[in-house]
Design a protein around this ligand. Structure first.
Ligand code: PEP
Ligand code: MN
Length: 336
């Protein structure tokens, strides 16, 4: 249920409403928009909405029948902008994240970070805990990997994102990482999502391999219902019958999500295509379709990469692409 307050209502009016709905057994989530304050009452109790309509300062009470509430634009009409290290995702801003698939060594991450920073990238990616299909594949360096990522990023004034796989890793991520990534395979790890709702760091939530857009939004709802409002969604391709690409990039998820939700949605052209030569065209398509950002795999030596070399761009290729993307963004009145 959403309670839209009258514009110019007092803080007392707002706190009275919050007190009232809490007494009735609901959780209250407040969103202050430019015009109106909206209070989301989340809970399964039954309440006569007229009791709320009668409270001072209440404009209207809307029952939401859609399953998502806090992620919905009805709750928060304005775009959520997530800002990290001066990079904004959402609200007409396109954020760029780039870096290797996995952290392999300090020298490797340092070489990538040095190049990327010189191209103007301010958020570095790199997996330390890797969700691999085979238990015999490189599993990542673990905490050592996070330390390496942090050290290299600090050297070039970059922020970092890396993937968390388990609840007990969260303290490590709070220490070393600026944006905590939830990978496709953990999109519906509900206990992990609940725990990430309790913290106050941005979460990059990737769409599951076979997840619907509604399921992606419901997973974001788990994080937001814990009170963490900084969620960036990521379309990373879904599994279809097509095998020419690693996954099928569902670009229509961008406008679909943007209509329903205020959360930013970015695109991962690397994991969605799995092929280096497909990364540039799909990145451009993503920007043209309205993506709020991109996360792109770049490796200083893709031939020797321990993971996903075939889909990793050479640094110079990335630089060329980033330049073209900036020009493209300009055309649609957006900017990196
Ligand atoms: C990644 O970004 O490193 C990754 C494993 O991606 P996904 O979870 O989308 O497969
Ligand atoms: Mn990868």
């Amino acid at each position: 249920m959403l309670i839209v307050m009258q514009s110019g209502c007092s803080e007392d009016n707002i706190s009275n409403v919050i007190k009232f709905i809490k007494q009735k057994g609901f959780d209250a989530h407040v969103s202050k928009g430019e015009e109106h304050t909206v209070i989301g009452a989340v809970g399964s109790k039954i309440i006569d909405k007229r009791d709320i309509e009668l409270l001072n300062g209440v404009k209207e009470v809307i029952r939401i029948s859609s399953p998502y509430k806090l992620v919905s634009r009805v709750f928060k009409p304005d775009d959520t902008i997530v800002e990290v290290n001066g990079v904004k995702f959402g609200g007409g801003n396109i954020g760029m994240i780039a870096g290797p698939c996995s952290v392999e060594s300090f020298e490797q991450v340092d070489a990538c970070a040095q190049k990327l920073a010189s191209y103007g990238v301010k958020i570095l990616r790199g997996g330390a805990f890797k969700p691999r299909t085979s238990p015999y594949s490189f599993q990542g360096l673990g905490e050592e990997g996070l330390k390496i990522l942090r050290k290299a990023a600090d050297k070039y004034n970059m922020a970092v994102t890396s993937e968390v796989m388990e609840i007990n890793q969260i303290p490590l991520f709070l220490k070393y990482v600026d944006i905590i990534q939830v990978g496709a395979r953990n999109m519906q790890n509900f206990n992990l999502l609940k725990n990430l709702g309790e913290i106050r760091k941005p979460i990059l939530l990737k769409r599951g391999l076979s997840a619907t857009i509604e399921e992606l939004l419901m997973s974001a709802e788990y994080i937001m219902s814990g009170g963490n409002r900084q969620v960036i969604l990521c379309e990373r391709g879904i599994r279809t019958f097509e095998h020419m690409t690693r996954n099928t990039l569902d670009l229509s998820a961008i406008p679909v999500v943007q209509k329903i939700s205020h959360l930013p949605i970015i695109v991962d052209p690397s994991h969605s295509t799995g092929l280096r030569d497909k990364v540039a065209p799909m990145s451009k398509a993503a920007v043209a379709a309205g993506a709020d950002g991109l996360i792109i795999e770049v490796h200083n030596s893709p031939e020797t990469a321990l993971c996903d070399g075939a889909q990793s761009l050479y640094p110079e290729q990335f630089n060329q692409l980033f330049t073209e993307l900036k020009a493209l963004a300009n055309v649609i009145n957006k900017h990196f």
